[in-house]
Ligand binder design. Structure first.
Ligand SMILES: Nc1nc2c(c(=O)[nH]1)N[C@@H](CN(C=O)c1ccc(C(=O)N[C@@H](CCC(=O)O)C(=O)O)cc1)CN2
Length: 281
C-alpha cells in the first residue's frame, strides 16, 4: 500500500491562518492574548522550541514574553516567578519548558501555574478534568495527534487505536482523547508482552516512546494510520519512533519526523492561549 504522508507543517499553517483571524477580531476589541514562556538552563533543544513558540506567537499577533532563567535557580525562585506571572493581567497563558533540571520538582512547578493559565494542560486540575471528560486545556501534542488523524478524513470512531507509551504528557492523554472519539484503545509500554502482535492489531498506531525506529514494518497492519510522536536525535539527525522508510509503504497515512506532529504541538499551544484569553474577558 502506498501511504499518504501527513504534512504537519501544512496543517499547522492552515490552522494558524484561522487563529490569526481570531486574534485580529480580539484586537479590534482592544484585547491581545499573551503567553509567558519560562525556560530554565540552556538545553539547546529546549531553547529551539522556546524560540519557535515566541516566533509563532509573534507571527499570529499573540504577545509573548520569554524568561530565560539560569540552571542554578532554586525551585523557590522559580515558583516566585510563576506567582508573578499568575497575577500579570497581560499574560493569559504560562508554560514552563520541560524538562527542568533534576533538582527542581517538575510537578510542584506545574501545579503552581494557575489552572486557568495552564495552556500546556499539564496541571493536575486540567489532567483530572480531561480524565472525567470535562472541558479543559488539552495537552498540545496529544491534541495535535488527534487533529492530524481527523484531517486525513478518517474517523477514530470504532477504530482500534494502539498507543505505545504511557507518559502523562503524551501517552495517557492521547489515549483518553482517542477514547472520547469513540475509539477502542490499547496502551502499550515497556512491560507489554507481545508488543508486535498488539501493535499489528491497530487501525491507528500512535508511537510515543522515545526509542528511535522502534516501530518496524512487520509490526504494522496494512493500511493503518501511523502517528509518530518520537523526537530522537541520532548522529545529529532527528528520527522518530517509527521506521518511516519501511512503514510508509504499509500505512495508509503516516506522519514524518520532522514535519509531522512537532509543528502541531506549537499550533495547539497558540490555540490554547487564545482560548485562555477569551475565557479571561
Ligand atoms: N512545557 C512543555 N515542554 C515540552 C513540551 C510541551 O508541549 N510543553 N513538548 C516537548 C517539546 N516541544 C514543545 O515544547 C516541541 C517539540 C518539537 C517541536 C517541533 O516542531 N519539532 C520539529 C523539529 C524541530 C527540530 O528540528 O528540533 C518537527 O518535529 O518537525 C515543537 C515543540 C518537550 N517539552
Amino acid at each position: 500500500m502506498m501511504s499518504n504522508i501527513i504534512d504537519g507543517k501544512q496543517v499547522s499553517l492552515e490552522i494558524r491562518d484561522s487563529l490569526t483571524e481570531e486574534v485580529k477580531k480580539l484586537q479590534k476589541q482592544d484585547i491581545q492574548p499573551g503567553l509567558a514562556v519560562v525556560i530554565v538552563g540552556s538545553d539547546p533543544a529546549s531553547q529551539t522550541y522556546v524560540r519557535a513558540k515566541a516566533k509563532a506567537c509573534n507571527n499570529i499577533g499573540i504577545y509573548s514574553e520569554v524568561y530565560e532563567l539560569p540552571e542554578e535557580i532554586t525551585e523557590q525562585q522559580l515558583l516566585e516567578k510563576i506567582d508573578e506571572l499568575n497575577s500579570d493581567m497581560r499574560i493569559h497563558g504560562i508554560l514552563v519548558q520541560l524538562p527542568l533540571p533534576k533538582d527542581i520538582n517538575e510537578q510542584a512547578v506545574i501545579e503552581r501555574i494557575s489552572a486557568d493559565k495552564d495552556v500546556d494542560g499539564f496541571h493536575i486540575l486540567n489532567a483530572g478534568k480531561l480524565l472525567v471528560g470535562q472541558d479543559s486545556y488539552l495537552p498540545c501534542t496529544p491534541a495535535g495527534c488527534i487533529e492530524l488523524i481527523k484531517r486525513t478524513g478518517e474517523t477514530l470512531e470504532g477504530k482500534h487505536v494502539v498507543v505505545i507509551g504511557r507518559s502523562n504528557i503524551v501517552g495517557k492523554p492521547v489515549a483518553l482523547l482517542s477514547l472520547y472519539e469513540n475509539a477502542t484503545v490499547t496502551i502499550c509500554h515497556s512491560r507489554t508482552q507481545n508488543l508486535a502482535e498488539i501493535v499489528k492489531q491497530g487501525d491507528i498506531v500512535i508511537a510515543a516512546v522515545g526509542r528511535p525506529k522502534m516501530i518496524t514494518a512487520d509490526m504494522v497492519k496494512d493500511g493503518a494510520i501511523v502517528i509518530d510522536v518520537g523526537i530522537n536525535r541520532v548522529d545529529g539527525k532527528l528520527v522518530g519512533d517509527v521506521d518511516f522508510e519501511q512503514v510508509k509503504d504499509k500505512a495508509s497515512f503516516i506522519t514524518p519526523v520532522p514535519g509531522g506532529v512537532g509543528p502541531m504541538t506549537i499550533t495547539m499551544l497558540l490555540q490554547n492561549t487564545i482560548v485562555a484569553c477569551k475565557k479571561s474577558v
